[in-house]
Design a protein around this ligand. Structure first.
Ligand code: 5GP
Ligand code: ZN
Length: 114
């Protein structure tokens, strides 16, 4: 837990979020400023800024959750596809310094990747 991390505050329940999926190690919730309907963030519950900071088991659990959730989110919102990705580091556009995987539903004709 990092005191000044917004996603740690969501994990702690101090900031509300619309939870989509939760395990002991992983939390998925709707993005507050969605790029598309159903835009979801999947995070490890423990604080780490970079993907490379996760140990192998946690990285595996994180991606297992992403793999399980992506088709569920797609079918829930009736999407035709999804962009699944991580902004790793400020130079890559990472604004929240807590690893998160974006699952962004895509619809035919919506303009494609962000
Ligand atoms: P990044 O640019 O770091 O990859 O993406 C951060 C994402 O977190 C953005 O899509 C932004 O909308 C989302 N976000 C930032 N603050 C909050 C928040 O307090 N709650 C939720 N649910 N999403 C947030
Ligand atoms: Zn954090």
């Amino acid at each position: 837990m990092s005191d000044d991390c917004i996603f740690c505050s969501i994990v702690a329940g101090d900031i509300p979020a619309r939870t989509v999926h939760e395990t002991d190690d992983v939390l998925a919730f709707l993005d507050a400023n969605p790029l598309a309907r159903g835009h979801t963030l999947v995070i490890p519950k423990s604080h780490a800024q970079h993907l490379g900071d996760l140990d192998e088991d946690l990285a595996s659990d994180l991606f297992a959750a992403v793999a399980e959730l992506t088709p569920r989110i797609r079918s829930t919102v009736g999407a035709d596809g999804a962009n699944v990705g991580i902004n790793d580091g400020e130079a890559a556009g990472q604004e929240v310094p807590h690893v998160h995987v974006h699952v962004i539903p895509r619809f035919e004709g919506d303009g494609g990747a962000p």
